[in-house]
Design a protein around this ligand. Sequence first.
Ligand code: C2E
Ligand code: CA
Ligand code: CA
Length: 555
Amino acid sequence: MIFTMATALLSDNVRVLKSSVSKTAYQGVLIAIAAIIVASCMVSFYLVGEVSLEGIVKAQKTNMALWILNGVPFVFALWGQYSSSIIAYEAGAMIYDQTQELRQRADEMTRQASYVTTHDPLTDLPNRALFYDRVGQAITSTNQQDIKLSILLIEIENFKEVYDTLGRTSSDLILKQIATRLQSVVLDPDSVARIDGNVFGILLTDIDDDLMEAQYLAQAIQKAMEQAFIVERLQFAVHSNVGIVHFPKHGEDVDSLVQRAGVALYMARSSNNGYSVYESSFDKHSPMRLTLMSELRNAIDRDQLELYYQPKIDIQSCELFGAEALVRWNHPKHGFISPDEFIPMAERTRTIKTLTLWVLKRAFQHCAEWHRKGLEIKISVNLSAKDLLDPNLPDIIAGVTASSGVKPEWIILEITESSIMTDPERALIVINRLNEMGFELAVDDFGTGYSSLAYLKKMPLSELKIDKSFVEDIQNSDNDAIIVKATINLAHNLGLHVTAEGVENQEILNRLKGYGCDIAQGYYFSKPLAVDAFNEWMAKMKLQKNLCGMHRKAS
Ligand code: C2E
Ligand code: CA
Ligand code: CA
């Protein structure tokens, strides 16, 4: 538009220029003719004494100066024509040059405008709109040729942490490095796009029938991200997850494919290898769960969780041995959410690390506080399977220990049977370090998993907790009674003390005492209590001589 207007304006200007040159030439011709007439009249007067036709003819015939003068209008006319042609030519050339320049500038402006709307300014990668567009185009063209596509969504899971630690400028640098690393693992760097803040997308076209390319790429991405990122001489590790969908297997249009890639990405967070290919069974992990997940993160950040404590009683001495810290989430909208629901959810993502850190900090602070007050109790804290696979866990715990003033021997770290068995070799490294630091370790929910005794023997454990599902029923089920008895003997033979969970009445307690069980925990003594309530409970219990027999009145 601008370009057309400018061209028209230039052409108009040239026309005006050309006509003004012609006008000047015409004026020259008129002046020359007037000069001829005046000169002829003067010469006529000079020759015949009057201004007459005869005198003028005579003057024209005899006076050579008039002949020269007569040629001047032709000179003007020719000069006018010549000059206007030259000017027209030069103006034409000028218009051509300026038109070209304008055209180039207009093209450049159009290109820039389209680049800005289709690319991410930070990484220079195609943005979400262009990515969706390309997926749409690929679907259309593959529809005709029966070719398969794969879409990968890559999420940098701990990007918020990086951002909170480094701030905007430096975390932007990390994002750029991530973009470059992603481009380095694909054949066509242009297939990588930035979909959202910490989410990237890759479109694989023309893939083989076995659909394995995307998984190989996901492995290559994990490998590429493994090496730490260095910004401001600091090293940062990023954790990436990859969700994969295939076209046409998992969806026929862009929206359903991208939505399902998102579901696969969600599932990838809880996978061992960090990537996951969409399956229709994933759909039960509804958006409600996804929302809850992000709310849990906020709840941790905003301190909306609470730690409750459930007493553990030494059965033989009938004194308070310690307490287990159990986390509680009272959701503002959904009310109380059981840890049995949100812990596995957090375990599927790396949120469990944040949650465990929160629990450790709180439990250690409370424990240190009780010891300052002279209450020599041991506090048990639950660790999850994912925590045990994190080689940094001992360092994290060392940090929390130092800042809380707690002594490691006051703490028992509970690890479940199944978490040990997830990756026993890796778990053992972490467990050994924690033990060397002076922490006691307990194997929780014993009997529910398939732990290998060979591994348990290798572990520096000090406590075994028999799962409540066996304890609850020892009065009615001979089988359960036999299992509990055998487990207590086995644990003692391995040098461990035994806690029975789910002690709900006096009879269970009596039986456990008969079997030689060391510690009892359950509703018979108390439900898990908030700190104030637990303090009150302990104050009341202090007045009791025999905790095993008289607790009921107090609880
Ligand atoms: P758990 O570690 O086996 O904890 C014992 C559970 O048994 C607690 O459930 C407790 O309230 C319940 N319980 C205690 N006494 C009795 C009883 O006499 N009868 C019955 N039926 N149940 C009893 P809670 O607090 O709902 O916790 C459930 C699970 O959530 C825990 O099982 C543990 O695996 C997990 N959990 C809780 N807090 C944390 C935490 O801070 N970190 C981690 N990683 N997991 C946690
Ligand atoms: Ca436990
Ligand atoms: Ca347990």
